[in-house]
Design a binder for this molecule. Structure first.
Ligand code: NAP
Length: 547
């Protein structure tokens, strides 16, 4: 990489991304270890995924008292969440407060998208290039780019011809979008689609939801937190933290040890009903065997399908919404606020793409086609003013691979991962010394409450860097044999669950044409993962090569 010296800054570490992960990584290295650190952020502010996801109804599915940092007692004491689940704006406010409270802003370069990073064999530094032309040279390069930050825009025929407004939920204009009096078409019914549809329906003249795969959802039962609830959360913060660190999912609850298959039907239904009334992702924790046994899972799936049929008035719409082809929670389970009830509104229509697939987009809408019982083809044109793509992300690896990251021998990360991501302990890629990936592939990442996984990763990486510096080492890297071991562990953990059996899942990269289909997260649980990582650190990072 040709680097003009005038545009070069030399640092101990560069962190890419100023979301939950990047801010905490900066704090740990700069304030606790007094290293020279810079965070490079493509956006104009802190927030990471929440900086971009400003679509109507954007809200976290983790409860606010666990969707936050736990490293500072004062921060926990000071901050007051207003609702059970934090909205996007409130999360951005929280992260701005964190940035100010710990004076982090002075070490962040905003509007600075990293386009390339190259490991320089001669001096053992990473040379990092930003789209502004600025270069940084740093011993350690840490990616904190989030798992869901590269929007997936499907390649549908005629998309460029559409003359109306067109938005992806993950790149929603910060100033908002006027939907009053407009006919909106929404493509996608994942977690995002399920959140956004009820809110669009309240303002748009008409909403057409194009559903390719039907999805389960459990009511979120969001509400404003009372002072007493908030006080209880604060009083119990240490216990909640212990729980979130001692279970597999990083949330503030334990998974019921009871197995669905060992439970009498009446009692099982009562447990599901209670979880349905309580609302939220905790429904997944109703029994211990829901994600390991198809038979157990189908008890939850059936319960939820009946709920959908009860909530939706039109029998054909109810059938389309409840004909779900995968086990419950084998894809990331959404939670909602009146999603299914939205289809009872006069201004909302569901188009089941399994019966009438999209053939093309025209200048003023979407064309779907169907074949009747006589074999005759029919076309329906859905007239639209606005198209909303809630079509997800090139998840987990997309943002990492969009940067031109090159390790030893000028090997690109995209070449090293051409058959799917491979790394050691979910943090280090063979041939890419001193590069750490926070909540990347091979780690529990998206299968957990993210801040819990982020704190674990950041603390482990920080301890590792402190160990290197304290012992006058300059480089840590993963030998291929360690990568081989960890890839086997990741595959083994996934095979013990129903998760990799869903073929059309973004956990496998199956939503992106041409992406290698490999189950990317580590499904063995955050608790198990933490103890494996701790053991490695306590043994002096023996499965890594240190020099
Ligand atoms: P997603 O789960 O990948 O869902 C994308 C949706 O778009 C699916 O319904 C998909 O259908 C559909 N789709 C994609 N391409 C299409 C095409 N060409 N034609 C028709 N339909 C198409 O994405 P997401 O809903 O944005 O959620 C991604 C993840 O973000 C979640 O799983 C969750 O982890 C996170 N998230 C979290 C929150 C939260 O905490 N509140 C909110 C939103 C999202 P198929 O299923 O058939 O592919």
């Amino acid at each position: 990489m040709n680097t003009p010296q005038s545009n070069l800054e030399i640092l101990d570490a560069v962190v890419i991304g100023a979301g939950f992960a990047g801010l905490y990584q900066l704090y740990c290295l700069r304030d606790q270890q007094e290293l020279k650190v810079k965070v490079l952020e493509a956006g104009s502010g802190v927030g990471g995924t929440w900086h971009w996801n400003r679509y109507p109804g954007a809200r976290c599915d983790s409860e606010s008292h666990v969707y936050c940092y736990t490293f500072s007692k004062e921060l926990t004491e000071h901050w007051n969440w207003s609702e059970r689940y934090p909205g996007a704006t409130e999360i951005v406010d929280y992260l701005n407060h964190v940035a100010d409270r710990f004076s982090l802003r002075s070490s962040i370069e905003f509007n600075s998208r990293v386009v390339a990073a190259q490991f320089e064999e001669g001096n053992g530094y990473w040379n990092i290039e930003v789209d502004t032309g600025q270069h940084y040279r740093a011993r350690f390069l840490i990616t904190a780019v989030g798992c869901l930050s590269s929007a997936n825009m499907p390649n549908i025929d005629g998309l460029d011809d559409f003359k109306g407004e067109c938005y992806h939920t993950g790149q929603w204009p910060h100033e908002g979008v006027q939907l009053e009096g407009k006919r909106v078409g929404q493509i996608g019914t994942g977690s995002t689609g399920i959140q956004v549809a009820p809110v669009i329906a309240q303002t748009a003249e008409h909403l057409t939801v194009f559903q390719r795969t039907a999805n389960y959802s459990v009511p979120a039962r969001n509400h404003a937190l009372s002072t007493q609830e908030r006080n209880n959360h604060k009083k119990n913060a240490a216990t909640t933290r212990d729980i979130s660190r001692s279970n597999g999912n990083g949330h503030g609850w334990h998974i019921n040890k009871q197995r669905a298959l060992d439970t009498l039907e009446e009692q099982r239904t009562a447990i599901y009903e209670k979880a349905w009334q309580t609302g939220g992702l905790k429904f997944r924790a109703s029994f211990s065997d829901l994600l390991s046994s198809n038979e157990a899972n189908s008890t939850a799936a059936e319960f939820l399908k009946v709920k959908i049929q009860q909530l939706v008035n039109n029998p054909a719409t109810a059938a389309s919404l409840s004909q779900i082809d995968h086990p419950y929670a084998a894809k990331r389970p959404p939670i909602d606020t009146h999603y299914f009830e939205t289809y009872n509104r006069d201004n909302v229509e569901l188009v089941d793409l399994r019966k009438t697939p999209i053939s093309m987009i025209t200048k003023d809408g979407v064309v779907c086609h169907s074949i009747d019982s006589q074999g005759l083809e029919h076309e329906t044109h859905h007239d639209l003013d606005v198209l909303v793509f809630a079509t997800g992300y090139d998840a987990i690896t997309g943002t990492l691979l969009r940067m031109d990251i090159r390790g030893r021998n000028n090997v690109k990360l995209s070449e090293a991962w051409s058959a799917g991501p491979r790394n050691h302990l979910g943090v280090q890629v063979a041939g890419f010394p001193n590069l750490f990936t926070i909540t990347g592939p091979g780690s529990p990442c998206v299968l957990t409450n993210m801040p819990a996984a982020i704190e674990q990763h950041v603390e482990w990486i920080s301890d590792c860097i402190a160990y290197l510096n304290d012992n006058n080492h300059t480089t840590i890297e993963s030998p291929e044999s360690s990568v081989e071991y960890w890839v086997t562990e990741v595959n083994k953990a996934a095979e013990e669950t129903l998760l990799p059996k869903v073929k059309h899942s973004w956990y496998l990269g199956a939503n992106i044409p041409g992406k290698p289909q490999v189950f990317m997260p580590y499904a063995g649980g955050l608790d198990t993962y933490r103890s494996i990582c701790d053991k490695e650190a306590n043994a002096g990072y023996k499965s890594f090569t240190i020099s």
